[in-house]
Design a binder for this molecule. Sequence first.
Ligand code: NAP
Length: 249
Amino acid sequence: MDLQISGKTAIVTAASKGLGKACAAALANEGVNVVINGRTAETLEATAEEIRSGAPGVSVTSIVGTVTDAECRAALIEAAGGAPDILVNNAGGPPPGDFRDWNRETWINAIDTNMLSAIEMVRLTVDGMMERGFGRIVCITSSSVRVPIPVIGLSNATRAGLTNFLFGLAPQVSAGGVTINCLLPGPFDTSRLRDSKPITNHLTSNPIAGRVGDPAELGAICAYLCSAQAGYITAQNIQLSGGLYPGSF
Ligand code: NAP
């Protein structure tokens, strides 16, 4: 299926590893020029090279920095020629723990990383998308938006806030050809899952599916949500957890 986005430009934040990288690679494979970001220059450049070699002819630009930094966000927009067609918002997840140990600074950091940075990226891009009559915004959140996971309260809270903000915005931009959707991963095989013990203990496997997700599976859904064909899908939480979600709605 031709997703009809070849030649478009995407920004994918936090894309040097894991789910963000999978989204960037899937978009590049569709002929989308990608601007990717991460805080570690070496990892980011290696990923940029890997995506380039898998998608010759596509431009892959890397911007080193944290999504919480306004200068980094501005550099991402500039690298996309000031006019990205697609924005995939991602960031590292907040640390797990007990809320009794979290102070105001802990909360502000999590809100900044997992909520405000994404909202800022939307603010900087959505009006241009509407003027050009096409835009796709996808945010990687978590299955914890629907089913809170006790040990990652910072994630439960910040992602729910981001989701409700975005889905209030979605109807305001729909007539401009812009869609806004969220991907809610359950356990996927990434370094976050492998390296974080308290999370690993809770979500090391998916007993319903009998396996964890392959990041490429999420990347493919992301690319589809960014397609021309997905123009009538907006303000949706797309659950990607292999049947782990226990509800019907
Ligand atoms: P990952 O494998 O650890 O990759 C995270 C990526 O984000 C890396 O490229 C990292 O590179 C970059 N990054 C982290 N913080 C950043 C920042 N402030 N600014 C720019 N780049 C940043 O993680 P993942 O599993 O792909 O997870 C991605 C998101 O999905 C996270 O928010 C996570 O909580 C969420 N999620 C994951 C799962 C899962 O099972 N994997 C499930 C539910 C939700 P640098 O460290 O070099 O910056």
